[in-house]
Design a protein around this ligand. Structure first.
Ligand code: ZN
Ligand code: FE
Ligand code: FE
Length: 167
């Protein structure tokens, strides 16, 4: 009979999911940095691409800390976010709404990551994985910061767009 699955198994499975998601997130950041027209938006994605490389390294650390092989498992959610992004960029990439659409896609990626890291942190706490908890917390902070920066840029660049509409 198959052994009963535990929270330890669930934690490992989610770690594999996030590992896959981070690799996709890296691709998304690089594409968005290329597609963005606002220099500060380009910069935001370039910076977060670098941070994302660090997130992948931190995940390796967490696999090691829990004594499991570092694997990646297809994340259907992130694949969906990525294909929506491709669709949106194809449709709006050359339009005046390009930056707004790229920001929206970026925030979808960040929100998925924030959701997953929040769960991993809660589970690490329950499982007594204190070192993993610290490492995951560092990444979560960077995901939140990236999300907030995108929101700030969106709010700031929405002003000229509203003025243009009123004119
Ligand atoms: Zn990340
Ligand atoms: Fe997933
Ligand atoms: Fe991220």
């Amino acid at each position: 009979m198959a052994q009963q699955k535990t929270l330890i198994d669930a934690f490992y499975e989610m770690l594999k999911d996030v590992h896959f998601a981070e690799k996709q997130a890296l691709r998304a950041c690089k594409q968005s940095a290329k597609g963005a027209t606002l220099p500060e938006l380009k910069q935001a994605f370039e910076t977060h691409a670098q941070e994302t490389e660090g997130h992948i390294e931190r995940l390796q650390q967490v696999f090691e800390l829990i004594g499991k092989a570092p694997r990646a498992k297809t994340c259907e959610a992130m694949q969906g976010i990525m294909s929506e992004m491709e669709e949106d960029v194809e449709e709006f990439g050359k339009s005046p709404a390009a930056d707004a659409v790229i920001i929206a896609c970026g925030q979808a990626v960040e929100h998925y990551e924030i959701s997953r890291y929040s769960t991993l942190i809660a589970w690490a706490r329950q499982l007594g994985y204190s070192e993993a908890l610290t490492v995951l917390g560092q990444t979560l902070a960077e995901e939140k910061k990236a999300d907030e920066l995108l929101a700030t840029i969106a709010a700031r660049s929405a002003i000229p767009a509203a003025q243009a509409k009123a004119a």
